[in-house]
Design a protein around this ligand. Structure first.
Ligand SMILES: Nc1ncnc2c1ncn2[C@@H]1O[C@H](COP(=O)(O)OP(=O)(O)OP(=O)(O)O)[C@@H](O)[C@H]1O
Length: 369
C-alpha cells in the first residue's frame, strides 16, 4: 500500500513562499499529475515528497509512515527529474542497472529488466554508449529508465519527457501509461503541459502560486473547471472569457455583454441561478470554449441570438481552423472544421451554444455554473 498524504505542507525559501499549506490525498496505485505554470510550486512539492528538500511545515505520509525526517533512500521511492543526473563514467546499460546493482539484484534479473525497459524506451542501440555524447532526449529517456527499472512504492517523475521531440513525447505518453498499468504502483508526475497531464493521469492537481486550484479527473478539470485560473490554463486553444451581467427574462435568464445577449435555457442552470444571491446586481464572466461557438455567414435563420463580428485572422491547423473574430473592441477564438472558408475583414455572425457556457463570479473568480 502506498498512499501519499500531504497535510498542510509548506515550503519557504527565505521570503519566497513556494508551497502554501497544501492538503492532498493520493491513493495507492493512482497516477497523479501536478499541473501548473512555471514557478507554481510543483517541483518543490515533489522534492519534499522525495526528501530532497526540507519541509518548512506540515506532514508527508507515504503509506502509513510519516516521512518528514526520513532520508530519500529510506522512503522507497524512485525518481526521474528533468535534469538527467546520469553517471558520466558509466555506460547507458550500467546507468540503468545502477539502482538494481545497489540493491544486490542477481545479474540475470538485472539484464532482463534493463533490456525490457530499453526496448520500451527505444534505447537498445545506445546501451554501450556513455552519457556525454548523447542527445538531451536520449539522456532523459535513460534517466526515466533508471527510475522505472526498480521496484518502489512511489514513482516521482518531474517533467521526465520534456526534452523529447513531439513524436517521441506522444509515444512515451502512451508507454508511461502502460508502464503504470503494469507496475500497478503510485505515480506522481509533474508537468506544465496540460496535454500530458490530461492524457496520462487518473487525477490532475492544478496548482498556481503555491496553492492547489483544483483536484479532479481530466474530464472534471476540462469540463468543470472550478475557477477562472483552471478554465484559462486548461484547453488549447484557450477558453474565451466575456464580461457580462445577468437579467431575468420571464422564466429564464439572459447574459448581457457589449449590447448582445445569450439566453440560458438549461433548466438546471436556471434553477441554480435562482438560488444564488444578488444575481442581477453582480458582475459575471462567462466562459465558452472555441469549439462551442459557431460561425454563420448570414443571419437569416438564427436572427435572435447571433452576434455580428468581423474575421480578424484564420489559422489553418490541419484538422481544424482557428478563427479570430472581433466584435466591438473584443475578440473571440472559434475552432471550426478544416473546410471553413473565411477571409480577413469578412463580416460574419457568431452563435454561442449556451449549453456549454460556464459562468464565473467576477469578484471571487469561482465557477458557479
Ligand atoms: N532553491 C530555491 N531557492 C529559492 N527559491 C526557490 C528555490 N527553488 C524554487 N524556488 C522558488 O519557489 C517557487 C516555486 O518553484 P518550483 O520550482 O517549485 O515551481 P515549479 O512549478 O516546479 O516551476 P518550474 O516548472 O519552473 O520548475 C518559485 O518562485 C521559485 O523561484
Amino acid at each position: 500500500m502506498a498512499k501519499v498524504e500531504l497535510k498542510k505542507l509548506w515550503k519557504k525559501y527565505g521570503k519566497v513562499e513556494a508551497v502554501k499549506g497544501i492538503d492532498l490525498s493520493i491513493q495507492d496505485r493512482e497516477f497523479v499529475a501536478f499541473l501548473g505554470p512555471s514557478g507554481c510550486g510543483k517541483t518543490s512539492t515533489m522534492r519534499m515528497i522525495a526528501g530532497l528538500e526540507k519541509i518548512t511545515g506540515g506532514e508527508i505520509y507515504i503509506g502509513d509512515r510519516l516521512v518528514n525526517e526520513l532520508d530519500p533512500g529510506t522512503r522507497n521511492i524512485a525518481m526521474a527529474f528533468e535534469s538527467y543526473a546520469l553517471y558520466p563514467p558509466m555506460t547507458v546499460f550500467d546507468n540503468i542497472a545502477f539502482p538494481l546493482r545497489a540493491m544486490k539484484y542477481p545479474e540475470n534479473e538485472i539484464k532482463s529488466r534493463v533490456q525490457r525497459l530499453a526496448e520500451i524506451l527505444e534505447l537498445t542501440d545506445i546501451m554501450a554508449k556513455y552519457p556525454k555524447g548523447l542527445s538531451g532526449g536520449h539522456q532523459q529517456r535513460v534517466s526515466l529508465a533508471r527510475a522505472l527499472v526498480r521496484d518502489a512504492d512511489v514513482y516521482l517523475l518531474d517533467e521526465p519527457i520534456s526534452h523529447l521531440d513531439t513524436k517521441m513525447r506522444n509515444r512515451m505518453r502512451a508507454e508511461l501509461k502502460r508502464i503504470h498499468g503494469e507496475l500497478g504502483k503510485t505515480m506522481i508526475y509533474v508537468t506544465h503541459d496540460q496535454v500530458e497531464a490530461l492524457a496520462m493521469a487518473d487525477k490532475v492537481v492544478v496548482m498556481n502560486f503555491g496553492v492547489i486550484q483544483q483536484v479532479g479527473t481530466p474530464q472534471e478539470i476540462y469540463f468543470k473547471p472550478q475557477n477562472l485560473f483552471v478554465a484559462d490554463f486548461v484547453g488549447e486553444p484557450p477558453m474565451n472569457f466575456v464580461d457580462c451581467s445577468i437579467e431575468l427574462k420571464e422564466k429564464s435568464f439572459i447574459l448581457l455583454f457589449s449590447g448582445h445577449s445569450v439566453e440560458i435555457h438549461d433548466e438546471q442552470k436556471v434553477a441554480k441561478l435562482r438560488e444564488l444571491e444578488n444575481v442581477l446586481s453582480k458582475k459575471w464572466i462567462f466562459g465558452i470554449r472555441p469549439t462551442n461557438l459557431q460561425i454563420f455567414k448570414d443571419e437569416s435563420n438564427n436572427s435572435s441570438s447571433l452576434i455580428p463580428g468581423i474575421i480578424y485572422a484564420v489559422e489553418p491547423l490541419g484538422d481544424s481552423k482557428i478563427v479570430h473574430v472581433l466584435y466591438g473592441d473584443k475578440s473571440l477564438l472559434i475552432e471550426t472544421t478544416p473546410d471553413f472558408i473565411g477571409s480577413e475583414d469578412e463580416k460574419i455572425f457568431l452563435k454561442i451554444d449556451s449549453d456549454y457556457l460556464l459562468l464565473f463570479d467576477k469578484e471571487t473568480e469561482q465557477m458557479v455554473l
